[in-house]
Design a protein around this ligand. Structure first.
Ligand SMILES: Cc1ncc(COP(=O)(O)O)c(C=O)c1O
Length: 399
């Protein structure tokens, strides 16, 4: 008898970013020399002082449920949010989860019901959309493009709100575009959010990866009402401290929402791994060593960013708006559409991605996954040598 799957999983697509990465890794495992620009993670290993803290926790017997360091980590998060983001939360308003993806999942599950709407600016990080669908909700997409720097206006946000709206996803710096909202732009959106009592997730996971002179600003810090009633701040250690494999993310927000998230998580996963919590504690508390490591990684990302942008500008038919944050270049490949390469006509970003992988052995992520069919995403969290190698191949492919 065929297995019948629940509706909620049937309406969800697998993560395209993970799929491209898996295909590239499978080719590499067969001995094919693929240059991977698909990954959404720093290529650096976790700074040693953090690794040592994780090891020490395990050897010291911190191997139980509800890690010994659970409260210490929440206190460290509260202190970080106050120190760096001017956000005043109590420890009981913080939920630590298995990555920020899990934090977001909790929030969506407790707020979105069958038929509810969630507003998502496009290009978007792929999991926002699918998490809303998993909850039975309807994603309401606000389109943006290069002409507005891939940013939405307050008017666009206001127009998207309906009586069924339950949630708005705000992400700056953005994955996949690298767009960073200025403090004034965030203040203008905050006015609409307050006026309509719009519950908002502010995903600040790339906040430390900003190049140039825009300072980060946390949406929740702009008023008491935003902080206490409307904004859930989501962050984590994955990107800032090169700790993607440790799986520690967190959300902080209004008490009733966080209590509901705690209840959900208590039946799904309980606390994240004990040694991971110890590592995250070290990352957030040993400021001198962590800041030094972050500065070193940021400088390397910035150098690679500039190099990759320069090299993308040299590709015929491809254009790019300078990304100012995160570690992604979001290249517009629509100028190549209609051309035949190796006998195959390129009609979409997906075609471009397939041809790049199969014929040039370069892995990028198709924009369709982010709601933007004219673009592909290239991660520059890789060495300058590999950026050159991959971009040489793409140049030769498109010549
Ligand atoms: C915008 C955004 N939010 C959240 C996450 C989740 O990160 P993690 O689950 O590793 O903490 C990612 C990871 O790619 C991301 O790009």
């Amino acid at each position: 008898m065929p297995i019948s799957f629940a509706r909620r999983i049937q309406q969800v697509q697998p993560s395209a970013t993970l799929a491209v990465d898996a295909k590239a890794k499978a080719m590499q495992a067969q001995g094919i020399d693929v240059v991977g620009f698909g990954a959404g993670e720093p290529d650096f290993t976790t700074p040693q002082h953090i690794v040592q803290a994780g090891i020490a926790a395990m050897s010291g017997g911190d191997t139980h449920y509800g890690a010994k360091r659970g409260n210490e980590l929440k206190d460290a998060i509260v202190a970080k949010l106050k120190r760096e983001n001017e956000l005043d939360y109590a420890a009981e308003q913080v939920v630590v989860s298995c990555g920020a993806k899990h934090s977001l999942y909790n929030i969506v599950q407790v707020l979105v019901d069958e038929g509810d709407e969630a507003i998502i600016p496009a290009p978007y990080w792929v999991s926002y959309l699918e998490q809303v669908r998993l909850a039975g909700g309807k994603p309401v997409i606000i389109e943006t493009g290069e002409e507005t720097g891939f940013k939405i206006s307050p008017e666009q946000l206001e127009r998207a709100i309906t009586p069924k709206t339950r949630l708005f996803f705000f992400n700056s710096p953005s994955n996949p575009t690298g767009a960073v909202y200025t403090p004034d732009e965030i203040r203008a959106l905050a006015q609409v959010i307050e006026k309509h009592n719009l519950v908002t997730i502010s995903d600040e996971i790339y906040e430390r990866l900003i190049y140039g002179d825009i300072s980060p600003l946390s949406l929740g810090s702009l008023s008491k009402k935003l902080l206490e009633e409307l904004v859930i701040t989501v962050n984590g250690v994955s990107k800032t401290y090169a700790m993607t494999g440790w799986r520690i993310g967190y959300a902080a927000g209004p008490k009733p929402i966080m209590n509901a998230a705690k209840k959900l998580q208590s039946h799904a996963t309980s606390d994240p791994a004990a040694f991971s919590q110890a590592g995250a504690c070290e990352a957030l508390k040993n400021l001198r060593m962590s800041d030094e490591a972050i500065m070193h990684m940021c400088e390397a990302f910035d150098e690679r960013r500039k190099h990759m942008i320069k090299r993308i500008h040299e590709l015929p038919g491809v254009s790019i708006l300078e990304p100012l944050g995160a570690f992604y270049a979001f290249a517009n490949v629509s100028g190549v559409f209609g051309r035949k390469i190796g006998g195959i006509e390129i009609k979409s970003a997906m075609d471009f991605t397939n041809i790049a992988l199969e014929q040039a052995k370069v892995a990028v992520v198709p924009g369709e996954a982010f709601g933007s069919p004219k673009h592909v995403r290239l991660s520059y969290a890789t060495s300058v040598e590999l950026i050159d190698k991959g971009l040489d191949r793409l140049r030769d492919l498109l010549k």
